[in-house]
Design a binder for this molecule. Structure first.
Ligand code: NAP
Length: 307
């Protein structure tokens, strides 16, 4: 496999298959270089294009997918929820999470997928962590948390969701309690007291944007609470590549990983859905690194967790 990465796009012909990403704004997206590098590495006559789509023009843009003969699209902020009623069919994951991040075109039908949950589980397993039945704490209860909680519930984990607005955490726990009878979900406030009781957890996932560029000195974990040892911290943030929370975890002897591998794996899932080919994950990862920079401190990219 060719492991080198180039940001120059492949040649485009009349028979080139086209996919892309819709968002507003879209300039920050790392997905075009990530997918185009993958197409090039496998010698596929495909290309991936960013489309800046205003929220009020989403319906027209979606109608254009089949009219223009696109093979699929990704969606990022602010379109992921608004896509739900515009699909002909939804996967269970997309329906339960309440967001579509990947559209697969089958004939004239649009199938709405959500690859964030599988992307997270693949990134987690890649670290050597087995999430089946684990005890996990999820910080935050927003859009990203929905995919994470769905993923953890689907593998029968015991999940405590802690959120600044505790009602949202409790609501999320109640909403997802039917995903898997083996899982147990509860919600509560993101307070020092609740975090201090996180001792028995094997996994802590940060889904809040606290610590993201440019507010890199912030952390959702208060100084006065020591970070538990022997836990794996998974921070969904990938800009910067090492957050203050990750430093707190490593300082306490815990393992910490950032969100870039999840971003790559959700993209890899979409790649496989569209092309039917096994995705060149390392090529995709290196293409993201080339855009973000090794330390991820590029203010233009990775702003709102968008692909
Ligand atoms: P969101 O829907 O706006 O949710 C944000 C969550 O964080 C909410 O639960 C919110 O609490 C909490 N929060 C926000 N500011 C806070 C603060 N100052 N202190 C404590 N809690 C705070 O955002 P999102 O779409 O879930 O994205 C969240 C993060 O995930 C972003 O950093 C994004 O980049 C990242 N992300 C990464 C990937 C990846 O592939 N690596 C994918 C998606 C998202 P309230 O409910 O109280 O407002």
């Amino acid at each position: 496999m060719n492991e080198t990465t180039t940001l120059s796009g492949p040649p485009i012909y009349g028979h080139t298959q086209v996919v892309g990403v819709i968002g507003w704004p879209i300039e920050h997206s790392v997905s075009p270089p990530m997918h185009n590098a993958a197409f090039q590495a496998l010698g596929l006559d495909w290309c991936y294009v960013p489309f800046a789509v205003r929220p009020e023009e989403l319906k027209e843009a979606i109608a254009g997918i089949t009219a223009l003969g696109l093979r699929g699209i990704n969606a990022t902020v602010p379109h992921k929820q608004a896509l739900l009623p515009l699909m002909d069919e939804l996967t269970t994951a997309a329906r339960t999470i309440g967001a579509v991040n990947t559209v697969l075109v089958q004939g004239k039908r649009l199938i709405g997928h959500n690859t964030d949950a599988q992307g997270f589980l693949r990134a987690l397993r890649e670290t050597g962590f087995d999430p089946e039945g684990c005890k996990a704490i999820v910080l935050g209860a927003g859009g990203a948390a929905r995919a994470i909680v769905y993923a953890l519930a689907s593998v029968g984990s015991q999940v405590t969701i802690l959120n600044r607005t505790p009602e949202r955490a409790k609501q999320l726990a109640a909403e997802f309690s039917q995903v898997n009878p083996k899982a147990s979900l509860q919600g509560g406030p993101l307070t020092p007291g609740a975090l201090a009781q996180a001792r028995g957890a094997q996994l802590i996932v940060n889904t809040t944007p606290v610590g993201m560029w440019p507010n890199t000195q912030e952390s959702p974990w208060p100084r006065e609470v020591s970070f538990p040892q022997g836990v794996l911290l998974f921070d969904l943030i990938y800009n910067p590549r090492e957050t203050r929370l990750m430093r707190q975890a490593r300082g306490a002897g815990a393992r910490a990983v950032d969100g870039l591998r999840m971003l790559v794996h959700q993209g890899a899932e979409a790649f496989e859905l569209w092309t039917g080919q096994s995705p060149p994950v390392e090529v995709m990862y290196q293409a993201c690194l080339a855009v973000l920079g090794g330390n991820g401190k590029n203010g233009k990219n990775g702003g709102n967790g968008g692909r």
